[in-house]
Write a protein that binds this ligand. Structure first.
Ligand SMILES: C[S@@+](CC[C@H](N)C(=O)[O-])C[C@H]1O[C@@H](n2cnc3c(N)ncnc32)[C@H](O)[C@@H]1O
Ligand SMILES: Nc1nc2[nH]cc(C(=O)O)c2c(=O)[nH]1
Ligand code: SF4
Ligand SMILES: [Mg+2]
Length: 222
């Protein structure tokens, strides 16, 4: 039984990814090994913030108390928490739950056993504007399944061009979901759509962070 450092827990609608628009219970883990230029959750790795300690059972019981079936594990970076494999195994024993892990692309994915569609990874590929591209673990692409997602958060058209290069070079089209998002408020959205048209990006989904549209970009706990 491991203990996990949890920055916050809440129920909201999922604003991102393949379950966007559906209710989800969020477990936001404390701490991150990267430092993206645009991080909207930098407080969750601030040394002054004390996360709460929760065991696997505490987390499971909290999830069940909410009555919500979509579970999003995020952070910070969830996959640097020791014991994460045990937590995932426990959550997946409950066939009612659908677990999504938001991960930053630097953590090893091959260690997680996945016979089930109830666990999906949304893996960021950090683009040049993040300052963190060198940390990407490219071998993760080999472990992605159809229901997983590679997500590119772009702060410029240069970033979008790099995303297309990565999709082409690693032949990601058709292998998993591909999402574009913008660093919130940073890029002109018509320009992003124009870029998608120009590049005939038939397999890419543009997603806007729905929770920021609903509650504003500075709201926490939503
Ligand atoms: C806060 S991160 C936590 C999970 C993990 N550390 C990661 O980076 O994927 C969750 C998602 O929010 C995205 N994100 C962070 N800051 C953002 C911003 N300012 N605008 C748009 N998306 C942002 C990240 O790229 C990631 O896809
Ligand atoms: N409502 C809402 N949906 C989200 N989907 C992914 C989030 C994240 O921070 O990983 C997030 C978040 O912070 N809030
Ligand atoms: S990896 Fe995720 S949590 Fe860490 S700094 Fe980047 S966006 Fe923020
Ligand atoms: Mg967020």
């Amino acid at each position: 039984m491991a203990d996990y450092n949890v920055a916050e827990t809440f129920v909201s609608i999922n604003g991102e990814g393949i379950y966007a628009g559906q209710l989800a219970v969020f477990i936001r883990f404390y701490g991150c090994n990267l430092s993206c230029s645009y991080c909207d959750t930098a407080w969750a790795k601030d040394a002054l913030v004390r996360g709460k300690t929760m065991s696997e059972l505490d987390i499971y019981e909290y999830i069940k108390e909410t009555g919500i079936k979509n579970v999003t594990l995020t952070g910070g970076e969830p996959l640097i928490q020791p014991g994460m494999g045990d937590l995932l195994s426990l959550l997946l024993l409950d066939e009612e739950l659908r677990v999504e892990v938001e991960t930053n692309g630097s953590a090893e994915l091959s260690t997680y056993q996945r016979e089930t569609n109830a666990l999906t990874f949304t893996m960021d590929y950090k683009l040049p504007g993040s300052g963190m591209e060198a940390a990407m673990r490219l071998s993760n692409f080999d472990y992605l399944k159809q229901k997983d997602t590679v997500k590119f958060v772009a702060g410029s058209i240069t970033d979008l061009r790099r995303a297309v290069e990565v999709i082409d070079r690693y032949q990601l089209s058709g292998r998993c979901h591909l999402y574009f998002s913008t660093v919130f408020g940073r890029l002109s959205l018509p320009d992003v759509v124009e870029f998608m048209k120009q590049n005939q990006l038939n397999d890419v989904t543009l997603q806007l962070q729905m929770h920021k549209i609903i509650w504003g970009s500075d709201a926490v706990g939503v």
